[in-house]
Ligand binder design. Structure first.
Ligand code: NAP
Length: 552
């Protein structure tokens, strides 16, 4: 690719797992780039999520980069599930070790990215008022990075401290002697609730939907444990690349309904005792696709809640019902249910007593005022699309990405969205991203994007776009796959149900990480069918719909 002095090869957005790896791979491949990060340090999700109890829910040997055996060997994880601060330490180490910081401009938000059709380049405007031109725009902005505050009247009137889990301050917050309210019981809420129970004067949990919480069984790693992991890293990663969830456990084929109740009980007890996030989903092959099979897990977990929570009335309120297990991301927590046995923790069931408004002194529900000194919003994110639609991204004909995606995000393979050439979405909608091991999904995407950019450079191709028909075919395939599962039975952030006015479309690809990786690789090897590659204004490669069908 010809290099003009003021036109870079790429602008990368974000300095989390995705952005750092994109910088590493693209610069290794000889591309000149500039990365922008709105925070003042690296970490992405882990830069912003500093709330008490924040830690990853995948084991460290899966949730870490696999591209560098040297990095794997030299890094010592202290615990099975690293905390947010440990993950920041790791990502800072990665940035230093591979000398990535010099490519990143911190404290700088990308405000707009406009495609110049004549020149085939992106004009990126940042919060410092500058513009940067680049052939490719690579937003590695994360799938859960735009916090969504709740729509509750009076929110601005609250006199005490208030924080969103996804925008936690960098200083320590003193909760002792404070009456704290937590709104939200997803993964973030479950972690913060466990961390604050007993550490504040009183904790009130405002629960709208009870979720399935399975034990984390977190523990420190001994040197012997770490050595065992190191010895099997290569094999573990190789297997993980082929599996459904991007971890080294193959997906089972047996049905829960073919097992006897006693066999199921044993399996579920084992999953409960030796759990990891995916433990229950990996017990049988039909937990996520057959409601009767799914009920066997749901009822087992409800039984554990009954056993743990002393008050039957509170236990009943904590029992998840009305959506199948696993269709909202299950949460991890060793002490979650037992915190409700404490006299200084109150569960407010918003289904029975909804919030009416927030007032200067606290929260008013239909039952009256709960006085609070501090409010924590664990109310989630404008997931999967929010980070991109919050940037003014304009493609061919000046069309806004937010406008194109208003009725549901569309991409081809979760990598390119038609009408927005030379823009690669790292773990974008239509890819497995959050439904698999995120760090592995990121590596797979960035590797593919880098190889595609090299392919274009070598052939003088100046523009890549998604073929409209291929995109429609891919998104139909995404919907066809989810329709064979139970996922549409939950109002989850996977379908945008948590953001009022957002189109309800299931966006992650459920076909599995290994299957998806193979599809992406096959398409690259076949010369990129489904994409339109253009050299000097002439469309060079366009695929037939037959090929697209095969690809899907
Ligand atoms: P979330 O799963 O979307 O949960 C948001 C919670 O806030 C839900 O309980 C929701 O209730 C509640 N809520 C939202 N608006 C509300 C309102 N107006 N009134 C009352 N309640 C309201 O968000 P999250 O907990 O931040 O987790 C998001 C995702 O981030 C997770 O699924 C996971 O993928 C990731 N995450 C991972 C970790 C980890 O690795 N350990 C930690 C945190 C987050 P409804 O369910 O009724 O909508």
């Amino acid at each position: 690719m010809k290099k003009e002095s003021n036109v870079l090869d790429a602008v990368v957005v974000g300095a989390g797992f995705g952005g750092l790896y994109a910088i590493k791979r693209l610069t290794d491949a000889g591309f000149r780039l500039q990365a922008f990060e709105s925070g003042d340090g690296v970490g992405g999700t882990w830069y912003w999520n500093r709330y008490p109890g924040a830690r990853v829910d995948l084991e460290c040997w899966d949730y870490s980069y696999s591209f560098s055996p040297e990095l794997q060997d030299e890094w010592d994880w202290p615990e099975r599930y690293p905390t947010s601060s440990e993950l920041r330490k790791y990502l800072n180490h990665v940035a230093d070790h591979f000398d990535l910081r010099r490519h990143i401009q911190f404290n700088t938000r990308v405000e707009s990215a406009v495609f110049d059709e004549r020149e085939n380049l992106w004009v990126v405007t940042t919060s410092d008022g500058k513009t940067t031109k680049a052939r490719f725009f690579v937003p590695a902005t994360g799938v859960l990075s735009v916090p969504k505050p709740p729509e509750i009247p009076g929110i601005e009137s609250f006199r005490g401290e208030s924080y969103h889990t996804g925008r936690w301050p960098h200083h320590d917050v003193d909760f002792s002697n404070k009456r704290v309210g937590v709104i939200g019981t997803g993964s973030s809420g479950i972690q913060v609730i466990q961390a604050l129970a007993g550490k504040c004067k009183h904790l009130s949990v405002f629960q709208r939907t009870a979720v399935y919480v399975v034990p984390a069984k977190n523990h420190p790693l001994t040197p012997e444990m770490r050595e065992r992991v190191r010895a099997t890293y290569a094999e573990r990663r190789a297997v993980s690349r082929l599996t459904r969830f991007g971890i080294a456990v193959p997906f089972p084929v047996e049905s829960a309904l073919d097992a006897t109740p006693e066999e199921r009980r044993k399996k579920y007890e084992n999953a409960w005792e030796n759990s990891q996030l995916l433990g229950f989903r990996m017990c049988y092959g039909d937990i996520l696709s057959n409601e009767e099979a799914n009920d066997t897990v749901a009822e087992f977990i409800r039984g554990r809640i009954r056993e743990t929570v002393k008050s039957p009335e509170i236990a009943e309120k904590l029992m998840p019902r009305g959506f199948p297990f696993g269709t909202k991301r299950p949460c991890l927590g060793d002490t979650y249910y037992s915190v409700y046995n404490r006299p200084d923790v109150t569960l407010v069931d918003l289904k029975a007593t909804p919030i009416e408004r927030i007032v200067p002194d606290g929260i008013v529900t239909s039952e009256g005022l709960q006085q609070l000194d501090c409010l924590i919003y664990a109310t989630g994110y404008d997931a999967l699309t929010g980070a991109l639609t919050h940037i003014d991204v304009r493609g061919i004909g000046g069309r806004q990405l937010a406008d194109k995606w208003a009725s549901g995000a569309k991409t081809y393979l979760g990598l390119v969205t038609s009408g927005f050439p030379n823009l690669f979405t790292v773990t974008g909608p239509g890819s497995p991203g959050p439904l698999a091991n995120m760090s592995m999904s990121i590596e797979q995407h960035v590797d593919w994007i880098t190889a595609c950019m090299v392919h274009m450079r070598e052939r003088g191709i100046r523009r890549i776009d998604a073929d409209h028909q291929a995109e429609e075919g891919w998104m139909q395939h995404v919907q066809d796959v989810v329709s064979k599962t139970l996922y549409m039975k939950a109002n989850s952030w996977y379908i945008g149900a948590n953001v009022p006015g957002k189109a309800h479309v299931f966006l992650p690809y459920l076909g599995g990480h290994g299957t998806y990786r193979k599809k992406c690789d096959d398409i690259a090897a076949a010369g990129y069918p489904g994409f339109v590659l253009t050299t000097n204004g002439e469309a060079q490669v366009e695929t037939s719909s037959e090929t697209i069908g095969d690809a899907a």
